[in-house]
Write a protein that binds this ligand. Structure first.
Ligand SMILES: O=C(O)CCC(=O)C(=O)O
Length: 251
């Protein structure tokens, strides 16, 4: 097959710097793209869960279903943290966490939940979170991801972005409990959002990856030590998005 045919068959939506050290290669066995950055690697797989007849709403329903509030129509942004904390979610123990930033306590601009093996707690922004016990749905998803990534994960952080005003600021997943060159598998359901990467030593060098519903993105190699990532605000996005990052906690 010539190069043009090959590229037409596997077009990719990833914006990379114009530099030979940055390239994308189709992996037929994994049905995804291997992305090489300077000091970091990514694996990007669209349509990750191939279950027929599973719609976006059915998947979001698994994560957001609860005893009292219709997740599609409730006004989550206007809800007090007190009211939110009373809601009993069927599958995920969502929380509105506070972090300390420059000495001030602030609610994070999204909801989150932490699941994992006993004892695998995680600390960021002065916040130590103890894991909830795995449930069946998360274990099934973990197994599917492990088959592709060839790594046994022992924890997962879930983030629920209620709309495009919710975001994740620039950071690296480089906490000491993740060890050297961590492999982090991030799976996305619901709204498409922009995932941005920028080099720590030169913030002008950026990479943009659109994370659509049902996309798996694996971050590996030296990425967390040399790059930061973020999910910026996108005012036009009105849909919910749930992201799960599977990790290996070393402690
Ligand atoms: O929501 C995302 O795609 C990013 C999540 C993330 O950066 C994290 O969990 O560290």
């Amino acid at each position: 097959m010539n190069l043009l045919n090959y590229m037409e068959q596997h077009p990719h939506p990833i914006k990379l710097p114009n530099n030979p050290n940055y390239h994308v290669r189709w992996n037929e066995a994994l049905k995804g793209f291997e992305i090489n950055l300077e000091n970091g690697k990514l694996l990007y797989i669209e349509n990750f869960l191939q279950k027929k007849n599973t719609t976006k709403n059915q998947i979001l329903n698994y994560f957001l279903k609860n005893d009292s509030h219709e997740w599609q129509t409730s006004n989550w942004k206007e809800m007090s943290t007190q009211e939110f904390s009373q809601i009993k979610f069927k599958n995920i123990a969502w929380k509105h966490e506070k972090i300390k930033l420059y000495g001030k306590e602030l609610y994070v601009p999204r909801y989150s939940a932490w699941y994992g093996d006993e004892g695998k707690s995680y600390t960021y922004s002065c916040l130590t979170i103890n894991p909830n016990r795995w449930n069946e749905g998360l274990l099934q998803l973990k197994k599917k991801i492990e088959e592709v990534v060839n790594t046994n994960f022992n924890s997962v952080l879930l983030n629920w972005y209620r709309d495009g005003e919710d975001y994740m600021g620039w950071h690296s997943d480089d906490e000491k409990e993740l060890g050297l060159n961590p492999i982090i598998a991030s799976v996305n359901f619901g709204a498409s959002r922009r995932f941005l990467l920028r080099r720590k030593d030169d913030e002008k060098i950026k990479v943009e990856i659109p994370l659509k519903h049902n996309t798996l993105l694996v971050m590996k190699g030296e990425l967390q030590h040399f790059w930061k990532h973020a999910v910026p605000k996108e005012a036009k996005v009105k849909e919910h998005r749930v992201n799960l990052t599977f990790r290996v906690i070393k402690n």
